[in-house]
Design a protein around this ligand. Sequence first.
Ligand code: NAP
Length: 532
Amino acid sequence: MKSIRKLDAVVVGAGFGGMYMAYKLREMGLDFVGFEAADDVGGVWYWNRYPGARCDLMSVDYSYGFSREIEQEWTWSEQFAAQPEILAYAKFVADRLNLRPLFQFETRVVSAKWDDDRSLWIVATDKGDVFEATYCIMATGPLSVPKEPEFGPLSNFKGELYRTASWPKENVSFEGKRVGLIGTGSTGIQVVPEVAKEAKELYVFQRTPSFTMPMRNTKFDDEFTSELKRHYPQIRSVAYNSPLGGVRPQSTRPYFSIPLEQRQSLMEDAWKQGGLAFLGTFSDLLINEEANEEVAEFVRGKIRQVVKDPETAEKLIPRGYPIFARRPCLDTHYYEAFNQPNVHLIDCIGNEIERLSDNAVHTQNETVELDALIIATGFDGMTGALLNFEVTGKGGLPLADKWADGASSYLGMMMHGFPNMFLICGPNGPAVLANIISLNEQNVDWICALIDHISETGQHCFEVTQEAEDQWMDEVRSLAELTLVSKAKTWYTGANIQGKPRGLTVYTGGFKRYRDSCDEIAAKGYEPLVLN
Ligand code: NAP
């Protein structure tokens, strides 16, 4: 029988959150092990290496701010970095800080169980190893478990099958092939223009059209890069004090505060500028339904201008939900791709995909024969990874039972009934509406300060009270009611997964306000936590 190793902490996940946590725990002198299912660091950027994968946050924001050395030594090549560059950055950081020895790679945690009698976590892996740890830190990411689509087993398709969320490392060629793509969220929208360049025919199966705006990516030149490196401290300061946790122009101008002509001209500018410029042009697009609809109509007009076939354009136009309520997508020639003769839009509204067979996708009304099929149907977001293995808290309470009616947590970082467990960027924090790298750093710093505090008090355990968790959840819900974010059927609300409890599991108050709340709790001696 293998011996049980006793630790101060375990960390699950070697994405950007887990990497920074491992770095900090080592600095604190704690004895810990990190676990990662992949064979290297990078998290979501390790797995999602599909053609066109790119971050829609600017690379200067989507990077660690905790190390002045790394900021100076790493050079981003463009405004919005592509997946290979982001993964190379994660590897660079791992090398530079010698993080890999802190992780067991190709190792999945299969259970994490709180032992009431001994007040510690018992963590088992798929390698048959068991660890006992004071703290269990989940850096499992909000988007790490792909959704299993409703149209039956994917293995029914006998042609080449690819999932964007676990794309092969080897080069994939679609040259001369009939390719199907299912899903038109941020991922599918990035895949289409790339595969359209190669495939003989590309069939895009679209159920809900997304709003997407041109990214208009730019390369950085040497002069820009050296200016950027000189100003990192100021850039980080602006980012950490912003609602997004990143540098983006903010507007205090409500949409209807200026005349129509001026609004139109600002929208034209925002479209030309690209990225999420609209959100920096008007202050109330996520709260004022009428303003939101006018911007949506402007974008619909642009789709009509770009897409030459009016029937295809009408099918691509999103309706029935506010723009920016689903995650706004940024694209590089997505709508233009539908002007190519080899790209075909299959509208799945009223024409659902029913099943896959050996060489085809069967919708209610048609059969599309294919050589290759790409699945980009999204993720079991926010909670999927944490419910993917056995996690039990006090009295053996399964996390699945605690979350049976919806994910509840305190600050998105801890849960009543789960003492000494931390979530990094967990549900009900601002993850996914804020720059997740800034949020990872903030969460990790806050958690490490709390671990220090616990040890200074001579205690070993913390647990957040039910009352504090309930109050936080009330704040999350009441803030959500002020925005349009929950008014679309999305993974933000669990609506993309059959049987998943519905409700927005994201804090919509913005990064700065969230950070202030966390700081205030620390400054007041962590009153909502019981230490023993
Ligand atoms: P997603 O936004 O959830 O989109 C999934 C797509 O699959 C939707 O169009 C959905 O249609 C479709 N779909 C699901 N089941 C289907 C079915 N049975 N039949 C037909 N269509 C089906 O997932 P995602 O595109 O992977 O993006 C998820 C998140 O990842 C994004 O919101 C973003 O946060 C992140 N991401 C970011 C970037 C970036 O930084 N640029 C890139 C990619 C992803 P319905 O809506 O009708 O269900």
